[in-house]
Design a protein around this ligand. Sequence first.
Ligand code: THU
Length: 160
Amino acid sequence: MKEITISTKIKVYESAKELPGEYQKLLKSARAAVNHAYAPYSNFRVGSAVLLDNGSIVQGANLENAAYSMCICAERTALGNAAMQYPGTVVKAIAVTVQSQKKEIGQPASPCGACRQVISETEDRQQQDIAIIMQGSEGAIYVLESGKGLLPIGFHGGFL
Ligand code: THU
């Protein structure tokens, strides 16, 4: 028997002012995207924004549906938008943030499992990591260098 330890490095910033300039702008854009969320069922509005290597920023927000399983997350909306608006352009970073009508969310808004899978495949496809910037409605900001840090031992196309 042997053991494997998997670790993920997370940079923790106390406020957006401490972030590198391009991430500040990206997080601000993700926060603005919250206003485009359609979340009448959860009242949990998620905003996302992706930074492309041509300098463009593309937003996404969650889009809910009365048939709950049809809900689309903000991160996948943003990645889909980017893939259509700028085909073949490398995604450098993705920011995620939230706003709940019920309470302030002090902990960073972490992408769900499905979004992690899609971020991971986007990295594989473009052969370049995607930095993840996450913040709740307030509080500390987490920055990871790669989506793989959120999805160790993930499923990928190499299995097929
Ligand atoms: N949601 C996202 O947009 N991104 C995530 O990574 C987690 C969850 C949305 C889906 C749903 O509209 C609402 O948040 C509550 O789950």
